[in-house]
Design a protein around this ligand. Structure first.
Ligand code: PMP
Length: 290
């Protein structure tokens, strides 16, 4: 993904895509002192841009480093990077990390770097696949406890178990893997939150050790504005037998219905499909804010 045309914002300057490199002794590479975001620009506007930038700053603070810019500067830099690359519909990836000035667990004196890359990344799945629902298996690793690793941060270190689990799922022909948490409750997919439907009511895990996704919060708002009841609670694995619909949500995944999680089967129906459609219209500003 490094050998292509385009521009990447790196520490305040635009550099050619191929030249946006870091040193092999980068602290972020060795010790995972790296936090990032994933955003989508739709029709020239980044959906919930400031919320994402604020989460980036919060993630950095949790990892004990300070991003050397303001939220406004990063917001502007995200928009400028899309413009510089001539894109109005794209994925936006800001990332901040400790540099290579020092190596070792202690790295107080490292410089904090920030980069922003944008690229075309259409919906993960085509509309027909989405409407049928994707197949998930169970992840190999559990989402850890918040006193084991800072689970509220969108930090590189938390994705190690996601990549391992997603690769294992893909090898077995599944689209993704569902993680349970350290207590055995349903947690999240490797890059998306999850919702279930029973008797017209939405049920979703409490974000106490999972990422409280911006899409998750948006879908809750849309549902509530439509008079749909949303219950945030701990969900046990065996309860999946009682749910009729299931969908995952995230910036990249948007709203994607699920037909299967391991031994449990679901049928995408009216509620999932209408939320999928309303989310798509909201991000394109065809629907007034939820
Ligand atoms: N959980 C995980 C593990 C994720 O990586 C993501 C994607 N950032 C989400 C949930 C969904 O978050 P958001 O809706 O803010 O993209």
């Amino acid at each position: 993904f490094d050998d292509r045309d385009g521009w990447i914002w790196l520490d305040g300057q635009f550099v050619a895509w191929r030249d946006a490199k870091v040193h092999v002794l980068t602290h972020g590479l060795h010790y995972a002192s790296s936090v990032f975001e994933g955003e989508r620009m739709y029709g020239g506007e980044i959906f919930k841009l400031t919320e994402h930038t604020e989460r980036l700053f919060k993630s950095a603070e949790i990892l004990d480093f300070k991003i050397p810019y303001t939220v406004e500067q990063i917001d502007e830099a995200c928009k400028a990077t899309a413009a510089k690359n001539g894109l109005t519909d794209c994925y936006v990836r800001p990332i901040a990390w400790r540099g290579s000035e020092m190596i070792g667990v202690s790295a107080q004196q490292t410089k904090i770097h920030v980069a922003i890359a944008v690229w075309e990344w259409p919906s993960y799945f085509d509309p027909a696949t989405k409407a049928k629902g994707i197949r998930l298996t169970w992840a190999k690793y559990d989402r850890p406890a918040p006193n084991t690793i800072p689970t509220a941060a969108k930090a590189a270190g938390l994705y190690m178990i996601c990549t391992i689990s997603k690769h294992a799922a893909e090898k077995d022909g599944y689209a993704d893997a569902m993680m349970v948490d350290y207590r055995g409750y349903i947690a999240e997919a490797t890059g998306a939150n999850v919702f279930f439907v029973k008797d017209g009511v939405l049920h979703t895990p409490v974000p106490d050790c999972i990422l409280n996704g911006i899409t998750r919060q948006t879908v809750i708002q849309i549902a509530k504005a439509r008079g749909i009841q949303v219950v945030e609670r701990h969900i046990e694995k065996r309860e999946l037998a009682d749910f009729t619909e299931c969908f995952i949500v995230g910036t990249a995944a948007e709203v994607t219905p699920v037909s299967e999680i391991g031994e449990f089967k679901f049928t995408p129906a009216a509620l999932s499909l209408s939320l999928m459609d309303e989310y798509a219209r909201l991000v394109r500003r065809e629907l007034v804010a939820a």
